[in-house]
Design a protein around this ligand. Sequence first.
Ligand code: GDP
Length: 263
Amino acid sequence: MNSSADSRGQHSDISPDPAVREAMSWTQSARFLTTASLLTQLPPPDLPEVAFVGRSNAGKSTAINTLAQHRRLAFASKTPGRTQHINLFDLGPADAPNARWADLPGYGYAAVARGAKLRWQQVMADYLAHRHALAGIVMMVDSRHGFTPLDKQLLDFVSQRVGMGEVKLLVLLTKADKLSRNEAAKALAGAQKVLGELATDAADISVSLFSALSRQGLGDAALTLRNWLPREAPPEVVFAAPAAGPDSADVEPDADPAGLSPA
Ligand code: GDP
């Protein structure tokens, strides 16, 4: 399992590591795509998708906004009507997005009516179990509380896909700025122990302390997410064969390659 425990407090956005800088400029390309209240409304599964999940109030919206460097990309609305949507964001070049983030509704919010809660649990369960494009899950867990029973249920639920390596998992222990150095080390060790139960040879599981406030763990989180993308194949270099034929040697070199001469 990968884990990082940087406890220096304030973290600069300008990382000396070019890979981190590249990853952060990629996460900052996140832009709103659409919202879905039913799985049938999701876009076609044509890009690798990463789902952001977490108990309501764990800091999910804040983490997404911080990764995207966007104050209100994911909005933390707590009104029941607004919590029951999957919001989708595209990442990568505007004309060629290369990944999608899916912000799933926070669970465990007491004010959601029981019927709506059950319906949403089902939608989320279906999404996590069956969404073909799902490549990774980012789970936000409040570092002061550790995994709640609902978080553990969700881990159980995805353990098979994670264990097979089909879906990667990053756990962000949020609000780490509220912990002392000692508490932070304990929170990390506690989470590692729980996640150890999911570990297999094929699984790709990371856990990291994270704070939107101090920006601790931000570069690492961006790098992990960036590294989940399949690397693009280098552009194919095609050497054009010289035109064969009796006239090919007679072709005049182009005296005006930029096409600037008046006609
Ligand atoms: P969500 O329900 O999971 O989307 O949670 P929010 O992102 O709305 O955050 C819940 C509360 O935690 C808000 O009051 C945030 O300001 C606060 N919060 C989120 N991230 C941090 C953090 O890194 N540090 C501190 N101190 N507070 C945070």
